[in-house]
Design a binder for this molecule. Structure first.
Ligand SMILES: [Zn+2]
Length: 342
C-alpha cells in the first residue's frame, strides 16, 4: 500500500520507520508542506492497527480504523500542534477559538499559542485510548516559545507513558540545542528537477518548468502558487512587471511571496552580471550594455540584504499597496543597468 506521500519522500519515510531509535524525531525540510506531510505520514504508520508483518516497510495500511481516524484527524491518540495559519494545510478545521466574527477578518496567526501547548501537555498526561501509544506532532517546532519549548523538553526526556514525538522544522538552528539533541534527525531531500517536473505535470500543471524555477525548485511551493493563481503565465510576466514598476499588476500578491520572488530576481541579475544565465526567471532580459560589474554586484547584494529584512517583516500588517511600490522601486533600480554610469 502506498503511503500516499510525495514520491520523493517515500524512501525517507521507509528509512525513518526502519531506523527509528529515539521516541522523538526532528523532521527537517525547506518548505512547510514537506515536513508537515511527512510527519503526518509517520504518525499514521505508528498508529496503524494492521499487524506490522503485514505492512511492507512498516508503512500505514491505509484501510484500518486507526488509519481512517488519522485521515479524518480525529484519532484520540494523535495531537497536532500547529499554528492557526497551518491548520488547513494540516487537514484540521479552523480553530474554534478563531470563529468569532472579528477573528474572521484578521490574518491567521503563525505562532503556536501557549494555550495550545498547555492542551498538548495535558494530552501527554492521558493514557492512550485506542492505540498502544500516543503521538504528538509539532510543526513548525521553531514557533514554540522558550517557555513552551522548556515545558516540552521535560516530557521529551521523561515521557509519562508510551509516547512518540515528531517535530517538523524548517530552521533547526532556531531550536533550543537541548531540544534538538533529544531528537533523532530526519533531513528530507529535495526532489531532483526531473522528479519534481514529472510530479507537477501529473498534478495537471501547465508549463510546470516555469513555475518550478520561479519557486526555487520546490514543487510543493510551485503547486501551491499555481493554485493561488500565480501560474506559468503570471511568472512569465513577472520580470517585465518589475522592470516597468507595475505595482497595480502585482496587487494582491502576498508580500512574503513577492519579497521572495524579488530576491530571486536579484539573484538572477547577479548571475547575469557574472556572465551566467538566469536560473529562476529565464525571461529576465539579459544586460545589453556593458555594466560597471562591481558596482552592480554591490548594489544587488545590498538590495538582496534589504529584501531579507523586508521578508522578516512581511507578515506585519503594513499597507500592502505602499509596501509593493517601495519593494518594486528599490529592486527595479538595482536591476536596471541604465541607472548606473560606467
Ligand atoms: Zn492502518
Amino acid at each position: 500500500m502506498s503511503s500516499a506521500l510525495h514520491p520523493w519522500l517515500d524512501t525517507s519515510l521507509r528509512e525513518a520507520l526502519s531506523h527509528q531509535q529515539a521516541h522523538a524525531l526532528l523532521v527537517q525540510g525547506a518548505q512547510d508542506r514537506g515536513p508537515l506531510d511527512f510527519s503526518i505520514a509517520l504518525a499514521r504508520a505508528w498508529l496503524c492497527e494492521t499487524p506490522a508483518r503485514q505492512r511492507p516497510g512498516g508503512l500505514a495500511c491505509g484501510r484500518c480504523g486507526g488509519c481512517h481516524l488519522v485521515d479524518e484527524r480525529s484519532h484520540p491518540d494523535l495531537r497536532l500542534l500547529v499554528p492557526e495559519s497551518l491548520r488547513a494545510a494540516a487537514g484540521l478545521p479552523a480553530d474554534e477559538a478563531g470563529e468569532s466574527s472579528s477573528a474572521k477578518t484578521r490574518k491567521p496567526s503563525s505562532e503556536i499559542k501557549v494555550d495550545a501547548v498547555r492542551a498538548a501537555l495535558e494530552f501527554i498526561g492521558l493514557t492512550p485510548s485506542r492505540a498502544g501509544l500516543k503521538v504528538l506532532l509539532i510543526h513548525p517546532a521553531e514557533e514554540l516559545n522558550l517557555v513552551a519549548a522548556n515545558a516540552l523538553l521535560k516530557t521529551l526526556e521523561e515521557p509519562p507513558g508510551p509516547m512518540r514525538f515528531v517535530l517538523g522544522c524548517g530552521a533547526p538552528q532556531a531550536l533550543l540545542p537541548t531540544l534538538r539533541s533529544r531528537c533523532q534527525s530526519v533531513v528530507l531531500p529535495r526532489p531532483d528537477r526531473e522528479a519534481a517536473l514529472a510530479w507537477l505535470q501529473a498534478q495537471g500543471l501547465q508549463d510546470a518548468a516555469i513555475v518550478l524555477d520561479a519557486c526555487g525548485g520546490e514543487p510543493l511551493r510551485a503547486l501551491e502558487q499555481a493554485r493561488e493563481g500565480r501560474d506559468a503565465e503570471a511568472w512569465r510576466r513577472f520580470p517585465s512587471q518589475v522592470m516597468q514598476g507595475d505595482g497595480a499588476g502585482l496587487a494582491g500578491w502576498p508580500l512574503p511571496v513577492l519579497v521572495e520572488a524579488l530576491q530571486r530576481l536579484c539573484e538572477d541579475r547577479l548571475r547575469q552580471a557574472l556572465g551566467l544565465s538566469a536560473r529562476s526567471f529565464p525571461q529576465l532580459e539579459p544586460l545589453k550594455a556593458p555594466v560597471a560589474t562591481e558596482r552592480m554586484i554591490a548594489t544587488l547584494t545590498e538590495t538582496a540584504a534589504w529584501l531579507r529584512t523586508r521578508a522578516a517583516q512581511a507578515d506585519h500588517p503594513w499597507s500592502a499597496p505602499l509596501a509593493i511600490e517601495a519593494l518594486l522601486q528599490r529592486t527595479r533600480s538595482a536591476l536596471d543597468a541604465r541607472s548606473r554610469p560606467l
